[in-house]
Design a binder for this molecule. Structure first.
Ligand code: 13P
Ligand code: SF4
Length: 309
């Protein structure tokens, strides 16, 4: 890395010590943000880390719903989100009013929401899951009819695994990166251009992709699956391109390629080293949730985490 980047890294490390801060980063962050992070992981691991962390300040390098989760789980800590406008477009598909409408129309059916949702939406739900915990939690529910949102692809994947009837709320919610840049067209092209390859995919990808994948799971589960494949296979990774850096770092002797190098989540990439330095210098932007929403979110998350321990 260049001199300018080295200076920023030194600055982040100095500020982390001064503020007694930790940086939690999602697997899709840029290489330099992953390098300065105290912990890098998927959404489930990051919420667990946020719960057990004993620093005074948590800087969240991820999209806003992740920073909100950390804030809800740590009411006594300062949680900073360096770029508050880095949101997840998938989360906007399911506003809290829509959850209330589904509850009115399907009374008695548990409402399970994906972690990629707004805090106010989580507060209206019965359970919160991540791509790592969705099928485990849903298979433990006694009910056969379940409302799940906002990702239609994950909903379909969970229905296929658990055999439950899942009503997708709304029927069209999707992640634009996985839906359009990691569709069958790009994935088939990648598999054709690498002979002897296997596909590992995120459950937010469309069904045609999941069907040809040798493994489907959360970003960290995808990482853990890689060493299970023969060494001579090329691993094609069907998720946001940031995971490939992490995968190559963990398994330097493996051939790992992105299914589409242009599958970039621009919101995740809004967090930069510079924005982290500024965040720690100015103690901005503090994530402050409405207290009653935060309390409800905490209860829903704790209940859900307990079920998938
Ligand atoms: P994971 O929980 O699998 O890390 O996924 C988060 C996400 O935003 C996927 O697009
Ligand atoms: Fe949201 Fe998709 Fe970005 Fe994940 S990759 S944070 S689901 S927009």
């Amino acid at each position: 890395m260049g001199k300018y980047v080295d200076e920023l890294i030194n600055k982040v490390n100095e500020l982390k010590r001064r503020r007694r801060a930790v940086v939690l980063a999602h697997n899709y962050q840029t290489p330099e943000v992953q390098e300065i992070a105290d912990f890098v992981g998927d959404s489930l691991e990051l919420s667990r880390k946020a719960m057990e962390c004993d620093a005074d300040v948590i800087v969240f390098a991820g999209v806003s719903f992740m920073a909100e989760m950390a804030a809800a789980l740590n009411p006594d800590k300062v949680v900073l989100h360096p770029v508050p406008e880095s949101g997840c477009p998938l989360a906007n598909f399911l506003p809290p009013s829509m959850v209330r409408e589904y509850r009115r129309n399907l009374p008695g059916a548990p409402i399970v929401v994906y972690v990629n949702s707004l805090a106010a939406t989580k507060a209206e739900s019965d359970y919160v899951v991540t791509s790592a915990s969705a099928h485990r939690l849903i298979s433990k529910l006694d009910d056969d009819l379940i409302v799940f949102g906002p990702d239609k692809n994950l909903a379909e994947h969970v229905a296929e695994i658990t055999g439950k009837s899942i009503v997708t709320a709304p029927p069209y919610g999707h992640c634009p990166v996985h839906e359009y840049l990691l569709n069958e067209y790009y994935v088939r092209k990648a598999l054709e251009s690498h002979r002897d390859s296997v596909l590992v995919a995120h459950p937010e990808t469309p069904r045609g992709v999941r069907k040809v994948a040798s493994f489907v799971g959360s970003t960290s589960q995808m990482l853990r699956a890689i060493p299970r494949f023969d060494k001579d296979k090329t691993i094609v990774v069907a998720t946001e391109e940031g995971l490939v850096y992490r995968a190559r770092k963990l398994y330097p002797d493996r051939r790992i390629v992105p299914a589409n190098p242009l599958a970039v989540c621009i919101d995740m990439k809004k967090i930069t080293l510079r924005s982290i330095v500024r965040s720690l210098e100015l103690m901005k932007y503090r994530v402050v949730l409405d207290q009653s929403i935060a309390k409800k979110v905490r209860e829903v998350i704790e209940r859900s985490l307990e079920m998938v321990k």
